[in-house]
Design a protein around this ligand. Sequence first.
Ligand code: PRP
Ligand code: ADE
Length: 170
Amino acid sequence: MNFYDYVRNIQNFPKAGINFKDISPLLADKHALANCLSELVVLVGSQKIDKVAAIESRGFYFGTLLAHKLEAGFVPIRKPGKLPFKTIKEPYELEYGIDVLEIHEDAIEEGDRILLHDDVLATGGTARAACNLIERLGGKIVQCNFILELEFLYGIKKLQDHSVCSFLKF
Ligand SMILES: O=P(O)(O)OC[C@H]1O[C@H](OP(=O)(O)OP(=O)(O)O)[C@H](O)[C@@H]1O
Ligand SMILES: Nc1ncnc2[nH]cnc12
Protein backbone atom coordinates (compact mmCIF):
# COMPACT_ATOMS: atom_id res chain seq x y z
CA MET A 1 0.00 0.00 0.00
CA ASN A 2 1.30 3.45 -0.91
CA PHE A 3 0.13 5.60 1.99
CA TYR A 4 1.08 8.80 0.13
CA ASP A 5 -1.90 8.12 -2.18
CA TYR A 6 -4.19 8.60 0.83
CA VAL A 7 -2.96 12.13 1.67
CA ARG A 8 -4.73 14.86 -0.30
CA ASN A 9 -3.21 18.28 -1.00
CA ILE A 10 -5.55 21.23 -0.55
CA GLN A 11 -4.02 24.48 -1.79
CA ASN A 12 -4.63 27.70 0.16
CA PHE A 13 -6.33 26.10 3.18
CA PRO A 14 -6.93 27.40 5.81
CA LYS A 15 -5.06 30.48 4.55
CA ALA A 16 -3.54 31.66 1.26
CA GLY A 17 -0.11 30.10 0.69
CA ILE A 18 -0.68 26.99 2.85
CA ASN A 19 -0.60 23.59 1.12
CA PHE A 20 -2.77 21.62 3.52
CA LYS A 21 -2.15 17.88 3.88
CA ASP A 22 -5.55 16.25 4.33
CA ILE A 23 -5.55 12.73 5.78
CA SER A 24 -9.33 12.26 5.39
CA PRO A 25 -8.82 9.69 2.56
CA LEU A 26 -6.53 7.68 4.83
CA LEU A 27 -9.09 7.74 7.64
CA ALA A 28 -11.95 6.77 5.32
CA ASP A 29 -10.29 3.61 3.97
CA LYS A 30 -10.48 0.70 6.44
CA HIS A 31 -7.24 -0.89 5.20
CA ALA A 32 -5.30 2.38 5.17
CA LEU A 33 -6.59 3.22 8.66
CA ALA A 34 -5.63 -0.17 10.11
CA ASN A 35 -2.25 -0.28 8.37
CA CYS A 36 -1.40 3.28 9.40
CA LEU A 37 -2.13 2.37 13.03
CA SER A 38 0.13 -0.68 12.73
CA GLU A 39 2.94 1.46 11.28
CA LEU A 40 2.64 3.94 14.16
CA VAL A 41 2.89 1.04 16.63
CA VAL A 42 6.01 -0.20 14.79
CA LEU A 43 7.60 3.24 15.29
CA VAL A 44 7.23 2.80 19.08
CA GLY A 45 8.79 -0.67 19.01
CA SER A 46 9.17 -2.43 22.35
CA GLN A 47 9.41 0.76 24.43
CA LYS A 48 7.10 0.75 27.46
CA ILE A 49 4.44 3.47 27.34
CA ASP A 50 2.24 4.39 30.32
CA LYS A 51 0.15 7.02 28.53
CA VAL A 52 -0.38 8.34 25.04
CA ALA A 53 -0.87 12.12 25.05
CA ALA A 54 -2.45 13.48 21.87
CA ILE A 55 -3.19 16.97 20.62
CA GLU A 56 -6.67 18.26 19.69
CA SER A 57 -8.19 17.69 17.32
CA ARG A 58 -6.50 15.64 14.61
CA GLY A 59 -4.15 14.00 17.11
CA PHE A 60 -7.20 12.36 18.64
CA TYR A 61 -7.91 10.34 15.46
CA PHE A 62 -5.10 7.88 16.16
CA GLY A 63 -4.24 8.83 19.74
CA THR A 64 -6.82 6.66 21.49
CA LEU A 65 -6.32 3.83 18.98
CA LEU A 66 -2.60 3.91 19.73
CA ALA A 67 -3.23 3.95 23.49
CA HIS A 68 -5.43 0.86 23.14
CA LYS A 69 -2.86 -0.97 20.97
CA LEU A 70 -0.03 -0.12 23.38
CA GLU A 71 -2.14 -1.03 26.44
CA ALA A 72 -1.59 2.50 27.74
CA GLY A 73 -3.83 5.27 29.08
CA PHE A 74 -4.85 8.30 27.02
CA VAL A 75 -4.38 11.98 27.85
CA PRO A 76 -6.04 14.75 25.80
CA ILE A 77 -4.12 17.97 25.24
CA ARG A 78 -6.72 20.54 24.20
CA LYS A 79 -7.32 24.05 22.92
CA PRO A 80 -8.22 26.61 25.64
CA GLY A 81 -11.44 26.43 27.60
CA LYS A 82 -12.28 22.84 26.62
CA LEU A 83 -10.97 20.85 29.58
CA PRO A 84 -13.31 20.99 32.59
CA PHE A 85 -10.90 20.40 35.52
CA LYS A 86 -7.85 22.46 36.64
CA THR A 87 -5.36 22.93 33.82
CA ILE A 88 -1.90 24.25 33.06
CA LYS A 89 -1.37 26.22 29.83
CA GLU A 90 1.29 26.84 27.16
CA PRO A 91 1.07 29.38 24.31
CA TYR A 92 2.50 28.43 20.89
CA GLU A 93 2.76 29.56 17.27
CA LEU A 94 1.76 27.34 14.34
CA GLU A 95 2.17 27.50 10.56
CA TYR A 96 -1.00 29.58 10.29
CA GLY A 97 -1.65 31.26 13.66
CA ILE A 98 -1.11 31.48 17.41
CA ASP A 99 -2.93 29.44 20.03
CA VAL A 100 -2.74 27.99 23.54
CA LEU A 101 -2.73 24.36 24.65
CA GLU A 102 -3.96 23.02 27.98
CA ILE A 103 -3.67 19.76 29.91
CA HIS A 104 -5.40 18.67 33.12
CA GLU A 105 -2.97 19.14 35.97
CA ASP A 106 -3.62 15.60 37.27
CA ALA A 107 -3.37 13.90 33.84
CA ILE A 108 0.24 12.76 34.26
CA GLU A 109 2.10 11.41 37.28
CA GLU A 110 5.77 12.07 37.99
CA GLY A 111 7.84 9.59 35.94
CA ASP A 112 5.01 8.49 33.62
CA ARG A 113 6.43 7.30 30.30
CA ILE A 114 4.60 9.29 27.62
CA LEU A 115 4.18 8.85 23.88
CA LEU A 116 3.23 12.21 22.35
CA HIS A 117 1.16 11.75 19.18
CA ASP A 118 -0.17 14.19 16.60
CA ASP A 119 -1.12 13.85 12.94
CA VAL A 120 1.24 16.47 11.50
CA LEU A 121 4.64 17.90 12.46
CA ALA A 122 4.93 21.24 10.63
CA THR A 123 6.80 24.10 12.33
CA GLY A 124 6.89 22.11 15.58
CA GLY A 125 5.33 24.85 17.71
CA THR A 126 2.34 22.74 18.70
CA ALA A 127 4.38 19.67 19.60
CA ARG A 128 6.92 21.77 21.54
CA ALA A 129 4.13 23.32 23.62
CA ALA A 130 2.66 19.86 24.25
CA CYS A 131 6.10 18.54 25.33
CA ASN A 132 6.44 21.48 27.72
CA LEU A 133 3.07 20.69 29.30
CA ILE A 134 3.96 16.99 29.72
CA GLU A 135 7.37 17.80 31.22
CA ARG A 136 5.95 20.44 33.60
CA LEU A 137 3.79 17.64 35.06
CA GLY A 138 6.80 15.34 35.46
CA GLY A 139 6.18 13.10 32.45
CA LYS A 140 9.08 11.47 30.59
CA ILE A 141 8.60 11.76 26.84
CA VAL A 142 9.64 8.46 25.27
CA GLN A 143 8.85 9.48 21.67
CA CYS A 144 7.10 12.20 19.66
CA ASN A 145 5.18 10.30 17.01
CA PHE A 146 3.50 11.77 13.90
CA ILE A 147 1.75 10.42 10.84
CA LEU A 148 3.37 12.97 8.59
CA GLU A 149 6.19 15.47 8.79
CA LEU A 150 6.65 18.57 6.61
CA GLU A 151 10.45 18.35 6.62
CA PHE A 152 10.95 21.69 4.85
CA LEU A 153 9.54 23.46 7.95
CA TYR A 154 12.23 21.93 10.23
CA GLY A 155 9.84 21.29 13.13
CA ILE A 156 12.30 18.65 14.35
CA LYS A 157 14.62 21.48 15.46
CA LYS A 158 12.12 22.45 18.17
CA LEU A 159 12.12 18.85 19.46
CA GLN A 160 15.87 18.22 19.50
CA ASP A 161 15.83 16.92 23.06
CA HIS A 162 13.39 14.14 22.04
CA SER A 163 13.15 11.10 19.83
CA VAL A 164 10.98 12.12 16.86
CA CYS A 165 9.41 9.55 14.52
CA SER A 166 7.16 10.21 11.57
CA PHE A 167 5.74 7.75 9.15
CA LEU A 168 5.30 9.86 5.95
CA LYS A 169 7.73 12.65 4.96
CA PHE A 170 7.03 15.59 2.66
O1 PRP B 1 3.89 21.95 13.78
P1 PRP B 1 2.91 23.07 13.81
O2 PRP B 1 3.28 24.19 12.85
O3 PRP B 1 2.68 23.59 15.19
O4 PRP B 1 1.53 22.53 13.24
C1 PRP B 1 1.03 21.24 13.49
C2 PRP B 1 -0.34 21.30 14.10
O5 PRP B 1 -1.27 21.94 13.20
C3 PRP B 1 -2.41 21.13 13.07
O6 PRP B 1 -3.37 21.39 14.04
P2 PRP B 1 -4.38 22.62 13.98
O7 PRP B 1 -3.90 23.68 14.93
O8 PRP B 1 -4.63 23.02 12.57
O9 PRP B 1 -5.69 22.06 14.66
P3 PRP B 1 -6.66 20.80 14.37
O10 PRP B 1 -5.87 19.53 14.68
O11 PRP B 1 -7.75 21.00 15.36
O12 PRP B 1 -7.11 20.85 12.93
C4 PRP B 1 -1.89 19.72 13.26
O13 PRP B 1 -2.93 18.82 13.60
C5 PRP B 1 -0.88 19.91 14.35
O14 PRP B 1 -1.48 19.85 15.64
N1 ADE C 1 0.32 22.21 5.90
C1 ADE C 1 -0.38 21.55 6.85
N2 ADE C 1 -1.23 20.55 6.53
C2 ADE C 1 -1.94 19.92 7.49
N3 ADE C 1 -1.84 20.19 8.78
C3 ADE C 1 -1.00 21.17 9.14
N4 ADE C 1 -0.67 21.67 10.35
C4 ADE C 1 0.21 22.65 10.17
N5 ADE C 1 0.51 22.81 8.88
C5 ADE C 1 -0.24 21.90 8.22
